[in-house]
Design a protein around this ligand. Structure first.
Ligand code: MN
Length: 267
């Protein structure tokens, strides 16, 4: 039995199937976790969703594009490549499945005693894993109990840095932005959401440049997608980027948690 994490699929259904074949995915034994952004930009978003929904051994953490789809669906707005999903006959089922996906997943592999924290963009160092998990559950609960309120108010880049006292929409928006859109942070964990390159603006650094290295002692690995231009390069084996830009004619990459082996297929 193996557990795999797969990077951003973005509607690249054919490549997704080729990758599952390459890893010899065994639907009765293996488990697949996607890093989010299943859809949009690529050609076959609906096929990716239907395939994942039909297989209970496949799940995902939520990405910013997945939230955008939920937003469109909550308003019955058909746009661009997501039109086929919004208008599909099983759109209600898709909505219910997607909105119930978590923002973070933690996986422990018994044989190696390694822990994996999986989220779309990452986890800022200001939050312990326990705190991140609590905030992820808080936002999921809010999202499920009042989808249109959260999906309408989550847009925007403010506030820029976390404060425990935030309540309401500011609180929801910044939690969502850390989990699903973060790339660069400054020393006070302020988000730079405009910069999608790999070069930090002055005063900023990649979110995964943690000050403390206690994650090593704890055998903890952070696994994320979202940042395609990185091509997985973090220069730290405990921070594993899996978005290798499949939809930009790059590769789709899987990480086998049992032995940390990466397996990719080309576009
Ligand atoms: Mn993303």
């Amino acid at each position: 039995m193996s557990t795999y994490v797969i990077g951003d699929v973005h509607g690249c259904f054919d490549q997704f199937i080729r990758l599952l074949e390459k890893i010899n995915y065994d639907t009765s034994n293996d488990q697949i976790i996607l890093t989010g952004d299943l859809i949009n930009r690529g050609p076959k978003s609906l096929a990716v969703l239907n395939y994942c929904i039909a297989d209970s051994n496949i799940t995902t953490v939520l990405g910013n594009h997945d939230l955008y789809l939920l937003y469109l669906m909550s308003r019955k707005e058909s746009k661009g490549e997501l039109k086929e999903v919004v208008e599909s006959e099983n759109n209600q089922k898709i909505f219910e499945w997607l909105i119930a996906r978590p923002f973070i997943l933690q996986i422990h592999i018994n044989a190696t005693k390694n822990d994996f924290i999986i989220s779309h963009a990452g986890i800022p160092e200001i939050w312990s894993v326990k705190k991140a998990e609590d905030l992820a559950q808080e936002i999921s609960k809010a999202l499920i109990s009042n989808p249109s309120k959260i999906l309408q108010s989550m847009w925007g880049n403010e506030p820029k840095s976390w404060n425990d006292t935030f309540i309401g929409n500011d609180r929801y928006r910044i939690i969502i932005n850390y989990f699903t859109r973060m790339r660069f942070l400054d020393d006070s964990a302020s988000l730079d959401l405009e910069n999608t390159s790999t070069k930090a603006s002055k005063g900023f650094k990649p979110w995964f440049n943690y000050e403390s290295n206690c994650y090593k002692k704890m055998r903890r690995y952070y696994v994320f997608g979202h940042w395609a231009s990185l091509k997985g390069r973090t220069n730290n084996p405990h921070f594993i980027g899996l978005d290798t830009g499949c939809v930009w004619e790059g590769e789709l990459t899987a990480l086998r948690l049992n032995d940390l082996k990466k397996i990719s297929v080309k576009y």
